[in-house]
Design a protein. Structure first.
Length: 277
């Protein structure tokens, strides 16, 4: 505990030296988890007008908020570096990606308070594949880990007995669970963000569209960020882990489970993704 306190003290005070001379993010990829946020972030940062943060998934607005705003600033380029890019390219931006933000209503309020004008990007994946990917990551190299079918059945039973949605008040309770399904009910999470930010400040795309047509998808992202057109050379979007296939009966059950939630999402964003399979 003393060691942790010591390093937090060092991080806060070291950041305090350079923080005031650095910029805050123009955009944040806020989610969702296991949907390709990191790949999308590095694709954006390959654009000559975009400067990357010091690290991926900074997590300031949730787990690192106690470190202070100067610590957060220390993750981004200096004002001079941004001016140099702007002088050379005409436009300069920086940003970050922390997919856990989308799931966290506390993070949403913190961002709205400190960065009310920042542009938000959300990438969403078929919630069935998202859940399976999260499960595989947690289950890998662990003995006696329950099967995917077991954890899904347990969560479905819990959902039937508890219809609560995530709020600021009950977030910590939900966060302590492996909520494979709940994290994929995107519409309820999105409602939190649209209650705090205007819809034109939130850009939504799907993992599947980014994978199938990266040039068009990234072009739309660049346009949203007011960046000139650019074709990246080393896209990260296809570097996804491969897992053994899910059981057909399990997938069919999940299609039915997510169908009404997906329909609510599509109606809300006035856009439909091909997730019925």
């Amino acid at each position: 505990m003393l060691k942790k306190i010591y390093w937090n003290f060092i991080k806060r005070n070291t950041a305090g030296i350079t923080g005031p001379f650095r910029v805050l993010p123009d955009f944040i990829i806020i989610g969702s988890m296991k949907c390709g946020t990191t790949s999308l972030y590095y694709d954006i940062c390959e654009h000559p007008c975009a400067s990357a943060a010091a690290r991926d998934e900074i997590g300031f607005f949730d787990s690192n908020f106690h470190l202070g705003l100067n610590w957060y600033r220390s993750m981004f380029p200096t004002k001079g570096q941004i001016e140099d890019i702007k002088h050379k390219e005409g436009v300069a931006i920086t940003g970050e990606d922390t997919p856990f933000y989308f799931w966290n209503p506390i993070a949403a309020k913190r961002i709205q308070k400190l960065l009310p004008n920042t542009k938000l990007i959300i990438i969403l994946r078929n919630p069935i594949d998202r859940a399976y990917s999260e499960y595989q990551d947690l289950a890998s190299n662990k003995s006696n880990f329950p099967s995917f079918e077991t954890v899904i059945e347990n969560e479905m039973n819990s959902q039937r007995n508890n219809t609560d949605i995530i709020t600021e008040e009950n977030f910590e309770v939900f966060n302590q669970k492996n909520s494979y399904l709940l994290k994929g009910i995107y519409v309820d999470q999105l409602k939190i963000w649209t209650s705090l930010f205007p819809k034109e400040q939130i850009f939504i795309l799907s993992t599947e569209n980014l994978n199938s047509d990266p040039i068009s998808a990234l072009g739309s992202v660049f346009q949203y960020l007011n960046l000139p057109d650019y074709k990246i050379k080393n896209s990260q979007h296809q570097k996804q882990k491969k897992y053994s296939p899910m059981k057909t009966e399990t997938r069919n059950e999940l299609i039915e489970f997510f169908k009404p939630h997906n329909e609510r999402l599509f109606k809300m964003i006035n856009k439909k993704f091909d997730w019925d399979k």
